[in-house]
Design a protein around this ligand. Structure first.
Ligand code: CU
Length: 357
């Protein structure tokens, strides 16, 4: 029996910051859900637990303060130890499309996934998926976080023992030399673009002046068209040097798995993360899209100011697009957030946002 943590609400960062001190960013909303190891066709793989119905949003003010204090002092080097691993991933853990009252049988919703996971130095121990250590149990992968000016070193190891495909990590937004691009081009790209099973590669990145924002990272190897629908992607979150952290940080990753339109690898209300906040809090949404489709991000009861100065409540996203928005929460209640492409919404891309006063 193991404790599994839900993949939901917010994310903290599974960084191992210079000198092997596991530190981390900030999380709002991760909560732990006890779950039994469940029988699956391939017993070697772990079945990811269903998201807990209630993401409690347990904040960790001490960690936030420490992180803030360190980050604001000077640029620093952040190191991540990441593996691509296989998990059994249930896209619809509660087994139902609640809007239509339809049961989804296990054979249609369980996927042998390939996901990124963060480890301690030397890939020795998987970092726990707690508020302190980050969202680290599935889709999307752990947040890669930095501030402008930071150097980010990502040690990647391919442990895709199920499909035995080559993989890589390709990071949007960072500044780097071509050797750290992670994108496969026959006879041009280097070792980091197609890392064989059991091998590793270290990507060397810098968060430059134009790197702030939220971005995808993903497999860009020769197998990316297989592995992205199997879960090999995550979010890069880069803040300006002196940017204050929000009270709540949410990551919303639109994608497609097993024919469902998914948010964070899950489909339908009750499976897609339920995000939580309180009035008066600064709420940050980090939204990205991977895969083949265009989506829109539409949270009910809220709006924000676009870069052009115009209020907006529905933001378009193409494949590989991303954005970050914040608002000061002032609207208590139970709200929906969803993709406004109606067929996507009906096929899973819809979740709850609960605001308490
Ligand atoms: Cu959509």
């Amino acid at each position: 029996m193991k404790t599994r943590t839900m993949k939901a609400a917010a994310i903290a960062v599974a960084a191992i910051v210079a000198g092997a001190v596991p530190v981390i960013g900030r999380t709002a909303g991760a909560s732990e859900a006890a779950g039994a190891r469940q029988p699956v066709p391939d017993a070697a793989l772990e079945l990811t637990a269903a998201p807990a119905a209630a993401a409690t949003g347990a904040a960790e003010p001490a960690n936030v303060a420490r992180e803030n204090a360190r980050s604001l002092v000077a640029p620093r080097r952040r190191e991540y130890w990441i593996k691509a691993v296989n998990v059994r991933w249930d896209v619809v853990p509660n087994g139902k499309d609640a809007l239509h009252g339809i049961a989804i049988p296990a054979e249609k919703r369980i996927l042998t996934a390939v996901v990124y996971r963060a480890y301690t130095r030397g890939w020795k121990r998987r970092l726990p998926n707690t508020a302190a250590a980050g969202d680290n149990d599935g889709i999307p992968g752990p947040v890669i976080e930095a501030r402008v000016g930071d150097e980010v070193i990502v040690h990647f190891k391919n442990e895709d023992r199920h499909y035995r495909q080559k993989h890589s990590m390709h990071f949007h937004a960072f500044t780097y030399a071509p050797a750290s691009d992670g994108a496969f081009i026959p006879q041009v790209s280097g070792r980091g673009a197609n890392v064989p099973v059991g091998r590793s590669f270290t990507y060397r990145l810098v968060a430059g002046p134009q790197s702030y924002g939220t971005w995808p990272y993903h497999d860009h190897s020769s197998t990316m068209h297989d592995s992205i629908p199997r879960g090999l992607y995550g979010a890069v979150v880069i803040y300006r040097r002196n940017e204050a952290l929000p009270d709540r940080r949410f990551v919303v990753a639109f994608g497609e798995h097993l024919g469902f339109n998914t948010i964070n690898g899950r489909a339908f209300v009750g499976n897609v993360p339920t995000f939580r906040a309180r009035t008066g809090e600064t709420v940050e949404w980090n939204v990205l899209a991977v895969g083949e489709l265009f989506h829109t991000f539409h949270p009910h009861g809220h709006r924000w100011i676009s870069p052009g100065g115009v209020p907006i409540d529905n933001q378009d996203l193409g494949p590989g697009s991303s954005f970050r928005i914040r608002w000061k929460e002032d609207a208590p209640g139970n709200w929906l957030y969803h993709c406004h492409v109606e067929s996507h919404q009906m096929n899973g891309m819809i979740g709850l946002y609960r605001v308490s006063s």
